[in-house]
Design a protein around this ligand. Structure first.
Ligand SMILES: NC(=O)CC[C@H](N)C(=O)O
Length: 358
């Protein structure tokens, strides 16, 4: 067993055992509170560049299977767990988390006091950090500190690494929609297909003109990694298309819509990542339990007069959904497609569909 260390930018060190690939990685350390869904978390492209720690102590107990992947492989920069299960049990199991991470050259560390780590992130805010299994660095982790403190945790390259390189078409009988891919989760595409949409997925940097040339009936914006302010070209495209097409978005897509409408975004202290975040649908006064993964949010004080908040987080009152009063445009910060998480918010896909067909 290789020893490993996780060092945070404030100098705090956590010692454990190497999991998956061996070496050194740097990233923004965030926590996810889901009790299950570790494979969906690992493969969600919105985690690109981040070292994710799971607060649930036993990870990997039902194994790994291709059916649970939200993209073609793990996208996290690193993975931190209390205990990585060595003997998964599930009729679909194809292997352990350790093997999965090794196969995809992703580093992890187990045996970490994830409760202490999470409390630290909650009190100090999201921290940058590094994981290493290299002997001389494990012996002297402080030598990594300079590099950790210098690193930037966002940038336009994050979306560029996970957006599709090529335009592709998923035929359907329903509304013809262009999806701007910022690092889309497979379950969003599965659901759009379930609803019968005729979907054309385009790269994040596609221009308004190129999108209009596809003659869509609507525009849909996906989730994705990083700071929404790092994709100004997508914001400009959406601003242009907002006047001529119905537009809907999830998570990063919601933030891009917000910026295009003139709202402000900001970085949350430690983000929302988990499968049980309560969100109130203001119109119906109902609260839904939602799946979430975001570190940025739209500032509720910055909404122009034609934009209203449709959903609000019950834990911290942050904006969870928007609607433009005079145009067919709406978006949500959380994940109605779940994967992992509760499916309470599937009704939004009906709403998306109505918006595109009306
Ligand atoms: N899941 C997402 O789309 C995340 C959006 C954005 N990267 C954030 O962290 O806020």
């Amino acid at each position: 067993m290789t020893s490993a260390v996780l060092i945070l930018e404030d100098g705090k060190k956590y010692y454990g055992t190497g999991l998956g690939y061996q070496g050194t990685v740097l990233g923004e350390v965030v926590f996810n509170t889901g009790m299950t869904g570790y494979q969906e978390v690992l493969t969600d492209p919105s985690y690109t560049g981040q070292i994710v720690t799971m607060t649930y102590p036993l990870i990997g107990n039902y194994g790994i299977t291709d059916d649970y992947a939200e993209s073609n492989g793990p996208k996290v920069r690193g993975f931190v767990v209390r205990e990585a299960c060595k003997m998964p049990s599930n009729w679909r199991n194809e292997g352990t988390v350790d093997e999965y991470l090794s196969r995809h050259n992703i580093m992890g560390v187990s045996g970490i006091d994830t409760r202490s780590l999470t409390r630290r992130i909650r009190s100090l805010g999201t921290l940058r950090g590094a994981i290493t299994t290299e002997e001389e660095l494990v012996a002297n982790p402080d030598s990594l500190l300079e590099q950790v403190r210098q690193m930037t945790t966002n940038g336009p390259e994050l979306v560029r690494t996970v957006t599709t390189e090529k335009v592709y078409h998923l035929p359907g009988q329903g509304p013809k929609v262009v999806v701007m891919d910022f690092g889309i989760k497979q379950n969003i595409l599965r659901m759009l297909q379930e609803y019968g949409w005729d979907v054309t997925v385009v790269p994040s940097y596609t221009s308004a003109k190129e999108i209009m040339a596809l003659a869509p009936g609507g525009l849909f914006l996906s989730n994705g990694p990083g700071d929404p302010k790092d994709v100004p070209e997508a914001v400009a495209t959406v601003r242009e298309l907002m006047n001529v097409l119905p537009v809907a978005g999830i998570c990063l897509g919601h933030q891009v819509i917000g910026l295009a409408l003139g709202c402000e975004t900001y970085k949350l202290k430690f983000g929302h990542r988990g499968a049980n975040h309560p969100v109130k649908d203001i119109g119906s006064n109902r609260t839904f339990i939602t799946s979430q993964n975001h570190g940025y949010a739209i500032d509720g004080r910055s909404l122009p007069s034609n934009v209203e908040m449709t959903h609000q987080n019950i834990n911290d009152d942050t904006v969870e959904g928007l609607r433009v009063k005079d145009r067919p445009i709406f978006s949500v910060q959380y994940h109605p497609e779940a994967a992992p998480g509760p499916e309470d918010s599937r009704y939004l896909f009906d709403q998306f569909t109505r918006l595109m067909t009306q």
